[in-house]
Design a protein around this ligand. Structure first.
Ligand code: SF4
Length: 363
């Protein structure tokens, strides 16, 4: 399988959020200058310039200053000439009109904005330093500059968040001309401040009810659910993220990033000191055929389209229906899985209990 996608990690953040377990460090100008230099060195190891998608994530890429963003665009220029989708993540408080212009000039054609919620009181609860007005202004500027593929991240299960807060957040979407929404449930990871504070996240029933509400409301606004947490207007599904969910290959560049090259998962260390010293050493995890097949199923069943059985057969020379016959039969009977047009897919109900389904595939 060839590789046509690139993930670039910018680990710098201006502040650290209470729920975050991503690979991130506080922004420091000197360190980030040196980081970009190292990124360029690491990138030069990639010979394939024929990329279809590039995704710059973080951390907070928009924490970089104007000069640094321009430098980053310059570093990636040779790789971005033929891309179909070129996306950058940003936080509203660190992005402005001029930075948007730099991205536009650099060929970026998709923006992913970390909004989380439009309720200012809840943003404070999770240590986010923007407000709803900043988000609306940012989207207005982006439109003026010509961006027509804008995604926002929202969250449910935040401290003190009510059902009404979710409804109010979705109401705001009615007036924003955006094309994509990622709506994540807050997951309490070890090592995060919220976990340390013993915050209790949603129970299963509440999570199910809120998920239902979000699905229904977003559908009414014309956002089709295409992945367990992702919704898009027609034709605006994230091409880059589809590469992950279809378990295709991708390069990962930068601190803590991860790449996939057929049976190899390539992981970077999270040590900034080492990275800044030019030590790009990675750990390569060799996957067995069984591990790859399971990961393929696990990722693809997140998609509403499901697992392409023909592609599965081509990749692994195995019939998924035979290998996972017991799990498939059981979940078909329970109305959680169906087979349609040579795709194995979770039903609407199945998507809400995907973890339970996957347990059956592990047996
Ligand atoms: S959630 Fe985003 S902005 Fe907040 S600390 Fe994590 S990477 Fe940084």
């Amino acid at each position: 399988m060839e590789t046509h996608s690139l993930y670039v990690h910018i680990p710098f953040c201006e502040s650290i959020c209470r729920y975050c377990d991503f690979c991130k460090v506080y922004y420091d100008q000197k360190q980030s200058d040196l980081y970009l230099q190292r990124l360029q060195e690491e990138l030069s190891q990639i010979e394939n310039h024929n990329l279809k998608t590039i995704y710059i994530g973080g951390g907070t890429p928009s924490a970089l200053n104007d000069e640094q963003l321009e430098k980053l665009m310059g570093i990636l220029k040779p790789y971005s000439l033929k891309v179909q989708e070129y996306c950058v993540e940003m936080n509203p408080e660190s992005m402005d009109y001029y930075k948007l212009k730099i991205l536009k000039k650099g060929g970026v054609n998709r923006l992913s904005i970390g909004v989380q919620t439009f309720q200012n009181n809840l943003l404070k609860e999770i240590d986010r330093h923007h407000n709803a007005t900043q988000v609306k202004n940012l989207i207005r500027y982006a439109k003026q500059i010509g961006f027509d593929n804008i995604s926002i991240d929202l969250m449910y299960g935040l401290p003190k968040q009510t059902k009404e807060d979710i409804e109010k957040d979705i109401d705001v979407l009615q007036v924003l001309d955006i094309q994509h929404v990622s709506y994540y449930s807050l997951i309490l990871e070890e090592g995060t401040i919220l976990k340390y504070q013993n915050y209790q996240s949603l129970d299963d029933e509440q999570e199910y009810q809120w998920n239902l509400l979000i699905d229904e409301k977003l559908q009414e606004l014309g956002f089709d659910k295409y992945e367990i947490s992702n919704y898009a207007k027609k034709g605006y599904e994230s091409k880059h993220n589809l590469v992950y969910w279809r378990f295709e290959n991708y390069y990962g560049i930068g601190l803590g990033s991860c790449g996939k090259n057929n049976h190899q998962i390539i992981e970077h260390s999270r040590s900034l000191t080492k990275y800044l010293n030019g030590d790009f050493k990675t750990t390569t995890i060799e996957q067995s055929k069984e591990e790859m097949m399971f990961d393929q199923v696990m990722m693809s069943l997140r998609l509403v389209e499901g697992l392409n059985l023909e592609v599965f057969k081509e990749r692994y020379q195995e019939d998924a229906l035979e290998i996972y016959q017991d799990a498939i039969d059981k979940n078909k009977k329970e109305g959680r899985l169906v087979i349609e047009d040579n795709f194995l897919k979770a039903t609407k109900e199945g998507l809400y209990v995907l973890n339970d389904i996957l347990v059956d595939f592990m047996k």
